[in-house]
Design a protein around this ligand. Structure first.
Ligand code: ATP
Ligand code: MG
Length: 255
């Protein structure tokens, strides 16, 4: 049990116990994400993150901002364990990712929803199956899948597009499918690296509104964005990276 950061049993994650309905809000004093002296240097020698220390608590909505190359995607990739820190500890959902064996990564990913800038839908599957797939993977029963997928699609306003293929949808619609897919397994944590990067400005607002509603229901949301108007208008905590360092962390949603 070396990888267990928090001794509390609530944090021992298995596919069955991760998201019991009444446990999506955990005690606020325990961060859901914590970086302790984290540095990441790529093999090329680029120092993408330098001694980053940060805590994010359950239920927070956090924007991550900063210029191109500041280290935002690297920060997110460390949280998903797509990349590994060279030094320091990355603690997510009760796990120490720096020490986590590779075989536990799928279990970690099941505790989070991930939304991609380029949607990453499966082009040969229709909208319904793209969302359902994430539930098949965790072994849900077909009747549960049918009910939950229908609910998720209607939540993102796409109930009528269930049988469309991704190529038949607008960028904003595709991203809403991506959102439904990320949320279908009721993750405690939703991470999104520029989810509005490929949709028009109005749809950007709608997507952040949806993310804010999801956040109000208890999901912690972490979102990278370049759109300052979103940061200005939605009043969430803002973490700013510059040259691999956190240069601002503002609870009031201003840069
Ligand atoms: N796989 C990689 N190998 C080597 N260097 C990388 C790799 N990924 C990112 N970098 C470098 O690390 C630094 C941080 O990159 P990162 O992708 O985290 O920036 P970002 O803030 O997400 O930028 P953008 O806004 O352009 O997406 C940059 O200098 C980048 O060139
Ligand atoms: Mg990036």
């Amino acid at each position: 049990m070396d990888n267990q950061v928090f001794p509390n049993d609530d944090f021992i994650l298995t596919p069955d116990t991760v998201f019991p309905e009444d446990k999506h809000i955990v005690t606020p004093e325990k961060p859901i994400i914590e970086f302790r002296g984290v540095s990441k240097t790529y093999q090329t020698g680029t120092h993408a993150l330098k001694d980053v220390n940060i805590q994010i608590h359950p239920g927070e909505f956090v924007f991550v901002v900063g210029a191109s190359g500041a280290g935002k995607s690297t920060f997110m990739k460390l949280i998903m364990r797509e990349e590994k820190a060279n030094t320091g500890d990355v603690l997510v959902n009760g796990y120490n990712l720096t020490k986590m064996p590779r075989k536990q990564i799928p279990m970690l990913r099941r505790t989070m929803g991930i939304v991609f800038q380029d949607f990453r839908l499966i082009p040969t599957m229709d909208v319904f199956d793209n969302v359902a797939f994430a539930m098949h993977v965790v072994g849900e029963k077909p009747n549960v899948i049918r009910r939950e997928v229908a609910k998720a699609l209607s939540q993102v306003g796409l109930g009528h597009k269930a049988r469309s293929k991704p190529a038949e949808l607008s960028g904003g619609e595709q991203q809403r499918v991506g959102l439904a897919r990320a949320l279908i397994n009721k993750p405690k944590l939703l991470i999104a690296d520029e989810p509005t990067g490929n949709v028009d400005p109005n749809m950007s607002y709608e997507i952040v509104e949806m993310l804010s509603r999801i956040n109000q229901q208890g999901t912690t949301v972490l979102m990278v964005t370049h759109e300052h108007n979103l940061v200005r208008d939605f009043h969430h905590r803002v973490i700013m990276l510059e040259g691999g360092t956190i240069v601002a962390d503002n609870a009031e949603g201003t840069i």
